[in-house]
Design a protein around this ligand. Structure first.
Ligand code: ADP
Ligand code: ZN
Length: 434
């Protein structure tokens, strides 16, 4: 049941003591980098500054902009000859940031991914199809190595080429997949086109869903349509990639591996810690990385810590499903909206298909939100009255949650553009916005 029982079930006190030692070590390592070296000498910070976990507040936050400004090698803490791998972020919100690893870093990361996969029930004998982009993106190689570490048969399928994905699944009797949730929904249509169903015509049992925010409803829809158990996988390239936090079979949240990451949750406006259990921005410190240690890195991802211990016996705390990035927040007519709220509502409405996009327009002095929604095939060929009724239902449901009245346009299944990577949920056409 456990990949490393002693580490996964370590008492909270031991875990905290370990974190303190590791934070101090990370400061020592980080001091060798250009960025932290200068910062620490300016502020007089060294390992001795930290005598309790709370002292971490004495270290300033590190941001994505810092990484961009000191691109490419400004955060490297070891000589270049010790580095063995580079990865980068997807560049969703601007210039992609780069991360460098030593061999030891790669080993530690691989172990965290293996620990996560094992936790969900993956074992030798499984066939694991990794449907994420290989290359600079971390979801490919990160899971690939994790799978091999457990000893499963890994199919490095990569992203896209949907028909071939299905063929691979069937030919080699894939049991476990790693897939972007919006792509998992899209793939259903391709199965249908081939006259197949993922539930009846594959041997799938487990899916790892990651790389983009998705609601519980979406996860459930995927579970139903594929006949599998889905697990939420959270990570970011700055913290290696996948293997930061992962759902366990109890599905009460994602265990964040606290022997590898120190976690804080802050209010993104005041930058002060939120009260225990409150929602805020996740701030992470690497505890074992040597090639590129990062201290108090602001992820911009919003979540909360779940205080109750998990029934599975692991002592590493749970975080809630990521709501989105602070950058994803839309402000319309003074109301804050996250795309995941729209997704959640849509997925609850029967007749709604698998894809949608939010388009923001400026109409005179007002902002207008258009939600373009794909509907299920049976619905689309049905009568106009039913379609109009569905459209009205969607407007009402969305209005009740996000408090503004969107314009809703229903479109044919499979008609909205797809990406191979993270879904694009918002198109902002408000040219003159401030
Ligand atoms: P980029 O930051 O350019 O998108 P990454 O590939 O490093 O590059 O993506 C990491 C980000 O993806 C996270 O910070 C988070 O916003 C999002 N993400 C990853 N996994 C999940 C998940 N399971 N749920 C929600 N968001 C996720
Ligand atoms: Zn658990």
């Amino acid at each position: 049941m456990y990949w490393e029982k002693d580490k996964e079930t370590m008492s909270r006190n031991d875990l905290k003591a370990l974190q303190l030692v590791r934070i101090r070590e990370s400061i020592e390592k980080a001091a060798a980098s250009h960025f932290y070296g200068r910062l620490f000498s300016e502020l007089g910070i060294n390992a001795g500054t930290i005598t309790s976990l709370d002292d971490i507040k004495k270290i300033p936050f590190t941001t994505k902009d810092d990484l961009r400004e000191h691109w490419p090698y400004g955060f490297c803490a070891v000589p270049k000859e010790e580095l063995v791998r580079m990865h980068s972020s997807s560049g969703t919100t601007g210039r992609a940031t780069v991360i460098f690893h030593t061999q030891k870093d790669i080993n530690e990361w691989t172990n965290l991914v293996a620990r996560s996969m094992y936790m969900t029930g993956v074992r030798r004998g499984d066939v694991f199809q990794n449907m994420m982009t290989y290359g600079l993106f971390t979801g490919g190689l990160g899971f690939h190595y994790g799978g091999e570490r457990i000893g499963v048969l890994v199919i490095p399928a990569g992203a896209g080429n949907s028909k071939r994905q299905i063929q691979l699944m069937r030919d080699f009797e894939t049991t476990v997949i790693h897939i972007i949730p919006s792509y998992a929904l899209h793939l259903i249509a391709v199965f249908e086109e081939l006259g197949l169903s993922p539930r009846n015509d594959t041997k799938l049992t487990i899916a790892f869903l990651g790389a983009e925010p998705h609601s519980e409803k979406t996860s459930q829809k995927i579970e139903e349509l594929y006949g599998i158990s889905a697990f939420n996988s959270y990570g970011l390239s700055e913290m290696n990639g996948p293997g930061v936090a992962f759902e366990c079979p109890w599905k009460k949240g994602m265990h964040i591996w606290e022997d590898a990451f120190y976690i804080e949750v802050i209010d993104p406006d005041t930058m002060e810690p939120v009260p225990e259990g409150g929602e805020g921005e996740l701030v992470l410190t690497t505890l074992t990385r040597e090639g590129m240690p990062l201290l108090r890195y602001r992820t911009k991802d919003l979540t909360r810590i779940i205080s109750e211990p998990c029934g599975c016996g692991r002592s590493h705390r749970l975080i809630e499903r990521i709501k989105g990035r602070t950058d994803d927040m839309l402000i319309l007519k003074g109301v804050n909206i996250f795309p995941i709220q729209v997704e959640k509502k849509l997925m609850e409405i029967p007749g709604v298909g698998t894809h949608f996009v939010i388009i923001l327009e400026r109409e005179g002095f007002n902002d207008l939100m258009v939600v373009r929604v794909e509907v299920e095939r049976e619905f689309f060929s049905g009568d106009l009255k039913a379609l109009e009724k569905l459209r009205r239902t969607i407007i009402e449901e969305l209005k009740s949650d996000i408090l503004i009245t969107p314009k809703v346009e229903l479109v044919e299944p499979n008609s909205l553009p797809r990406t191979e990577g993270k879904a694009i949920r918002v198109i902002d056409n408000r040219k003159d916005r401030l």
